[in-house]
Design a binder for this molecule. Sequence first.
Ligand code: DGY
Length: 324
Amino acid sequence: MGEVAVTAALPGRALSLLADQHHVRVRPPGAPLAGRELAAFVGDADALICLLADRVTAELFALCPRLKVVADYAVGVNNVDLEAARTSGVWVTNTPDVLTAATADLAWALILAVTRRVVEGDRLVRAGGFKGWRPDFMLGTGLQGKAPGIVGMGRIGRAVARRADGFGMRVSYTSLERAPPFEAMGAEYVADLDALLPEVDVLSLHCPLTPKTRHLIDARRLHLLPRGAFLVNTSRGEVVDEAALVAALEDGHLGGAGLDVYEREPEVHPGLVGRSNVVLLPHLGSATTDTRAAMADLAVENVRAVLAGSVPPTPVVTPVVPRR
Ligand code: DGY
């Protein structure tokens, strides 16, 4: 029997099933943990299941020598020092695939909401501002024939691209890896992000957050987009320079933005909050009941495998010499 520390209760039955085999400790609700606080919570645990806001550092691996696996309850693992895990003998796993459709759907929810002024319209009706249909009332931007640009053609980027077809849009994308099946369907690969930007009407971000992608979308690149273009971000807030985004909205260059993630999450830049051409969601990409339960199942499967001495199903880091 191993000991598993979990930084928050998870939806579904996965944790209670895990508790049949292992000693499971779940942290009561609280602010995300980092450094020594997180190490104190992990203690002598063999496995940690953590959330995307918990900071898992080299210090934690040193302070918790029994820890064998960090199962991140997320697909993005930018909260974990991956190199320190590798050299410290700790597996890191994530929850890919199970959240792809939910996150791609949410990206499209944001694209539609911001281009067709859905939230603005809802607010107006509730405030009693709907005085009857008029030909020129609350006009938005149609999607048919427009060009979505996808940054990062991984699982979620591809799922977003597949959905574009249904809206009569032809995708352009840039990515470390090319996606030949999409090119066969008419998607255009543009190797250089700077060359992609002037071509797109809606830019949707799906790359992981790494030192290279931090502020990938900065003031200069925002102004490479055509005037009136829209930005949608369901990846990580730090991929966008939020102050530059606010400036590009304020100077009228961008037509609007749909954001699910923020640079200093959960803080939101005050310059975004008052803008009617910005739709703001509280990091809901994977937030469906089924998806969140499936993420818990996968995190638990990863933990079970490592504690049984096997290779976990979805590793991000394979340690040099796994801890025993
Ligand atoms: C992830 O899994 O990385 C998402 O941001 C969580 O919804």
